[in-house]
Every structure is written in C-alpha cells, then in structure tokens.
Design a protein around this ligand. Structure first.
Ligand code: BEZ
Length: 211
C-alpha cells in the first residue's frame, strides 16, 4: 500500500555500508532523511551523494540523520564511495543501504517501472522523531536533487513542529512565517511576542520565532 504523509515509516532491517540497520532503532528520536538513488557508479548519483556528504554538517546541526539506498550491494556501495570521495572532494559520512532484493524499495514504493525499469527512482522521505512521514519527494533519474531545498523544507517542518508556524511560498530562513490556523488571533500576542500582522482573519504572519 502506498505510504502517505502522517503514516508511520515502515520498519525494516537491512545491510548498509555502516553495518546492519534496524530502521526504527536507527531513527532513535532524530529527524531522518531516507533517500534512494537509481544506481551506483552513475554520474548524477555521484554528484548527489557527494553534495550531501559535503552538506552533512548542516543536517547534523538540525539533528537530522541521513541514509541513502539503492538496489546495489554493500561491496558495490563501498567501492563507489571511494570514487565519490575522490571526485566530489568529500568524505561520505552517512550509511548507504544495500537493497539487492528490493525489499526496502518495494516497502517504500521507490521503484516506478514506467519511469525506470527495476531501479529505484530518486525518492526522498523526511521522517520525524515520532517515526511518521513528514514529506515525500520523487525525482526522475535524469534530474539531480537540490539539497539546499531539502534543508529549507527541514527548517519549515521543524518550525511547524516546534513553534506552530507554517512557511509561505518561497520562504527562506529569516523571513516572516504564517501563524497556523489552529491558533486564535487573540492568542497570538502571548505566543508570538516578536509581533504579528493580521492581513486577513485567516492570514496572520509573525517574524520567524526561533532566531
Ligand atoms: C545517473 O545517476 O546519472 C543516472 C542513473 C540512472 C539512470 C540515469 C542516470
């Protein structure tokens, strides 16, 4: 069955470049990015995994663990990581799951046969500390992902989880946020002492609360 936002991320046990992973144990109260790539030793994937390796401190800062996955085996992953480190000037410091039997890929519906035969597409699942799925993205093999956008949506998700604000279109760190509809306008001043604007009764903004 398809995974939907709010569902508990399905658990699995799988081998990875950093040993066996029981996914729910591995989440261990953190935010998690689980991402798949189509195949080891391919050009776009090499740039993606290198970019993510170089950005890992930004994910660490936000308390987010990162884990990759493809249908290649661990030996393939380990050999390819050497190439990624060499060509992308990085050190891959996150695990890559080996899924040669496609168990995880099927559990997470990462194989879209009409787009890419028998390989995982570029899926992203952001999972909260409560193990529920907060965001899903799917890209085709030909388009490398934008990892700055991934950090932007993580910032938005964490603002909602921790401060009861949403983020408007094209929001960037430091810009005004939207007060969620669940908060009554009369309760805003106490909850958001930095100030607020009521543009319409349903459209209330406040400066980003956590800076
Ligand atoms: C790539 O990473 O470049 C790639 C992988 C699979 C299919 C097409 C491109």
């Amino acid at each position: 069955m398809a995974i939907r936002l709010g569902d508990t991320a399905p658990n699995f046990t799988a081998d990875s470049t950093e040993g066996s992973i029981d996914f729910h144990n591995w989440i261990d109260g953190s935010w998690v990015v689980l991402f798949s790539h189509p195949k080891d030793y391919t050009p776009v994937c090499t740039t993606e995994l290198g970019r993510l390796a170089n950005m890992k401190p930004e994910f660490d800062k936000r308390g987010v663990k990162v884990v990759g996955l493809s249908v290649d085996d661990v030996e393939s992953h380990k050999g390819w990581v050497k190439d990624i480190n060499e060509t992308q000037n990085c050190t891959v410091g996150y695990p890559i799951i080996a899924d040669p039997e496609k168990k995880v890929a099927e559990l997470y519906d990462m194989i879209h046969p009409k787009a890419l035969n028998n390989l995982t597409v570029r899926s992203i699942f952001i999972i909260g500390p409560d193990k529920t799925v907060k965001l899903m993205l799917t890209y085709p093999a030909s388009t490398g992902r934008n990892f700055d956008e991934l950090l932007r949506v993580i910032d938005s998700l964490q603002l909602t989880a921790n401060h009861q604000v949403a983020t408007p279109a094209d929001w960037k760190w430091g810009e005004d946020c939207v007060v969620v509809p669940a908060i009554k306008t009369e309760d805003i001043p106490e909850k958001f002492p930095k100030g607020h604007k009521v543009i319409k009764p349903y459209l209330r903004t406040t400066p980003q609360p956590n800076i």
